[in-house]
Design a protein around this ligand. Structure first.
Ligand SMILES: CC1=C(CCC(=O)O)c2cc3nc(cc4[nH]c(cc5[nH]c(cc1n2)c(C)c5CCC(=O)O)c(CCC(=O)O)c4C)C(CCC(=O)O)=C3C
Ligand SMILES: [Fe+2]
Length: 375
């Protein structure tokens, strides 16, 4: 036995998330944090504010993260790993910068990050890295130690992420009335983003035609559809569709929208649909409002039976996957060649986002990538 722990060189895990309001008074300041400098129409902001108010001003994302923290700590403890887990958000308390101040005060200097976003894209990856760089710049300006921060590879195709979603799809199918179940289609949904952002997502060689963002989602959708076929013996038609579009109407975003898709399927005589939110790690407001409220109301209006598959959330298989990913990356950082699990056709994603990966409209420093000023 070596005297180094299996997670060396890392001394802390950072759960990095989006953040969300915890009550009605938080909603407007939260939305201001999210949209600062993003050019989102006022009308859209009012509309999204209403989604939060409908749920008492409370985003589901915070409780989901508290639960994930709990299972991650249990998972590490059960594996005999003494790796402290911290939680910081980009847009609401506990803020990332405050968390990093605490983390360095506790003596940690080498951090591995789990972002609650599984796929490549500016919004789902580089923006998290930009916020890490901003937080590190603040610590540096305050004369505090600046920890070295890495980010886990994209885990969209890790079995610990995909298998719970495949099981959730089967469970949602079972919720449909029996007489429509056999003919049900699968609608895999993810966050729409501007087509220009999709086309430049991932490493430069993946750019064009939806980029890594669309390719990664299609790969997951195909893997789940295949798992469902293997389990049920029925080959179901499926499609990747989008939700939660924002931005100005004249800017093209990924389509079709889930609501339009439900209408199309209904028009074609499809008897039922299972909505599978593969783009969301847990029950975010996009799931609770855009799918469970809006799309479900649309389906009811059409008379189309729908069911929504559960998100991965704090599934123990996901917690185990995070442990594996941390140990995998730790081994790679020590110069070893660890085994890297991945389902589907794309293979394991890169450890380090290369230069030019998911570029911003106006370039800003980003940590935890090949272009990090804090390597
Ligand atoms: C790809 C993607 C993910 C998935 C990856 C990931 O999880 O990170 C994601 C997650 C989330 N997005 C969230 C909330 C919001 N996103 C907004 C705006 C935007 N999102 C975008 C993309 C994404 N967003 C984009 C291209 C915009 C337009 C503005 C811009 O270019 O920046 C706005 C402003 C209002 C609006 O325009 O809708 C809000 C309030 C929450 C919290 C939800 C909760 O409270 O449970 C979560 C998890
Ligand atoms: Fe968003």
């Amino acid at each position: 036995m070596s005297d180094q722990p299996a997670h060396a060189p890392y001394d802390a895990l950072l759960l990095l998330s989006f953040g969300g309001p915890e009550g009605p008074d938080d909603v407007v300041p939260f939305l201001e944090n999210v949209t600062r400098g993003r050019g989102i129409p006022r009308e859209r902001l009012k509309e999204v504010g209403l989604h939060y108010f409908l749920f008492g001003g409370v985003s589901p994302i915070n409780d989901q993260n508290r639960e994930l923290l709990r299972v991650l700590r249990e998972e590490f403890a059960a594996a005999g790993l003494d790796l402290p887990v911290y939680w910081g958000n980009r847009n609401w308390t506990p803020y990332l910068t405050d968390t990093l101040r605490q983390l360095v005060a506790d003596g940690h200097r080498r951090v591995i990050t789990l972002a609650t976003s599984a796929y490549a894209s500016y919004s789902g990856c580089r923006q998290y890295r930009e916020n890490l760089a901003d937080a590190l710049a603040t610590l540096e300006a305050e004369g505090l130690p600046v920890p070295r921060i890495d980010k886990l590879r994209h885990y969209f195709n890790h079995p610990g992420f995909v298998r719970p979603m495949a099981d959730a799809t089967l469970a949602a199918l079972a919720e449909l009335p029996e007489e429509v179940r056999a003919g049900a289609h699968l609608a895999f949904t993810t966050h729409s983003i501007p087509t220009a952002a999709a086309d430049t997502s991932g490493p430069v060689e993946d750019h064009g035609d939806g980029g890594a963002y669309v390719a990664q989602h299609l790969d997951v959708a195909r893997t789940i559809a295949e798992a469902v076929r293997a389990e049920t013996g029925t080959d179901r038609p499926w499609r990747l569709v989008y939700q939660s579009r924002s931005g100005a109407p004249h800017i093209p975003w990924l389509e079709p929208d889930i609501c339009d898709h439900l209408e199309t399927l209904h028009g074609e005589g499809v008897p039922a649909v299972v909505m599978v939110p593969i783009g969301f790690v847990s029950d975010h407001m996009e799931v609770k409002y855009d799918l469970d409220t809006e799309a479900t109301a649309k389906a009811a209006e059409l008379g189309l039976p729908v069911a929504r598959a559960a998100t991965v959330g704090a599934d123990p298989r996901f917690a185990a996957a995070v442990r594996e990913l941390v140990l995998e990356r730790a081994a790679a950082e020590r110069g070893e060649r660890p085994e890297r699990c991945a389902l589907g056709a794309l293979g394991p994603s890169h450890d380090l986002c290369p230069v030019g990966c998911c570029p911003a409209r106006s370039p800003r420093p980003a940590a935890a990538g090949a272009d990090s000023p804090y390597a």
